[in-house]
Ligand binder design. Sequence first.
Ligand SMILES: C[S@@+](CC[C@H](N)C(=O)[O-])C[C@H]1O[C@@H](n2cnc3c(N)ncnc32)[C@H](O)[C@@H]1O
Length: 420
Amino acid sequence: MINLAESEAIPPKALDHNTIYCGNNEDVLRRYVSNDSVDLLYADPPFFSNQQYEALWKDGYELRAFEDRWKGGIQSYVAWMEPKLRECQRVLKPDGAMYLHCDWHAVHYLKIEMDKVFGESNFRNEISVKRIRKNVNEYKTVKRLNVAFDSILFYAKTDLHRITPPLREKHRPARWHAFDANGLRTGMDYDLFGRKPPAGGHWRWTKERSQQAIEEKRLRANPLTGSPEYLIPESTHELMTSFWDDIPAYSFKMGYPTEKSVELLKRIIGMSSKSSDLVLDPFCGCGTALVAAQTLGRSWVGIDISPTACRLMKDRLRKEFKIDTKVIGMPRTAEELKALQPFEFQNWVFEKLHGRANPKLLGDPGIDGFVELDVPVRVKQVDAVDQADVASFDKEVSRLRLDLGLDIRLVTVDAILGTS
Ligand SMILES: C[S@@+](CC[C@H](N)C(=O)[O-])C[C@H]1O[C@@H](n2cnc3c(N)ncnc32)[C@H](O)[C@@H]1O
């Protein structure tokens, strides 16, 4: 796992493109990613939802989960995010940009943090993207409305970033429009075609600008009423807004908790980067941004702290593009395995033994899964082997009328590592 101690001197290492890094993103960015080197960042961190996300995949044999619970409340979440956002800002090229996906739980706090890190003037948009709608079959009172949108905060590193948002075809012919507007404005009530603006109103343009528009035949007196009107030219397309209700934010393709849709990532990457630009996702989960980047011909780098997510991503990229992706930082030593969360350790053991974990039984004193045809396995992320424990496992194995079982502890890890 890529984990830097606070005091560790950081040997600069080259960043491999089209590679997954397993580790804490802050450490990976510090160790591998140099200043001003990334074109586009999409970050989809835990949202401060105070939930534990769990999902079963691989036909229910593996548990994928991440913790989004914060003991110290919103302040501890913001303190956790702040250095990560600083790293993200540091690695972006001057003409690069970052999209931070969040929702109502923390968007207002993150906006303030992003303003501090990127500078208020580099804020470009808050994009609202459609969440899943909920239907009910009975009417009952509820505490609040169903939340309709996630928020994506879009910041540029400097003024240089440009986007090419998709244009929606919409033809509007040229038309004349009334030239007065509501409200009083100093100097904007001059005589025009022998008229003053209606009471409480003003003319839209200065006298000089109006004069020029008259010469160019873009401002006239209406032939019937005599009221001033100006020409709105013909338009063929509507510019995309920051309100995205035509694509979903979420997908359930990979069964990964809070998985985002490829459509969403294709839109962001498509409009904010060019062919062969480098796209980096520091919280990449099951790799949606990597899939979108690969589809659009961009280079990419993904980072996730979960070895299970990294394995899933590698698998996904192999299935979808037939590429064998390098994964850097997968746990390789007993010490690193000890530091994993229990479900990650269990997933690792069963992957190495080519077995089938049964996460529904995680933490159960009995059996956690099987290897071979039906050899029961128990996994405990502890060093010690105590007699009572061994006896209880023995009993479980006998209850299943089997004579062999595998009891995996941290002390067994060296043996597994030795064979892998
Ligand atoms: C909301 S999910 C990302 C989902 C992803 N966008 C997708 O479409 O699959 C957040 C991810 O951040 C990862 N994560 C949490 N803390 C992290 C850290 N410090 N460094 C790297 N990844 C982290 C979690 O393991 C989880 O996979």
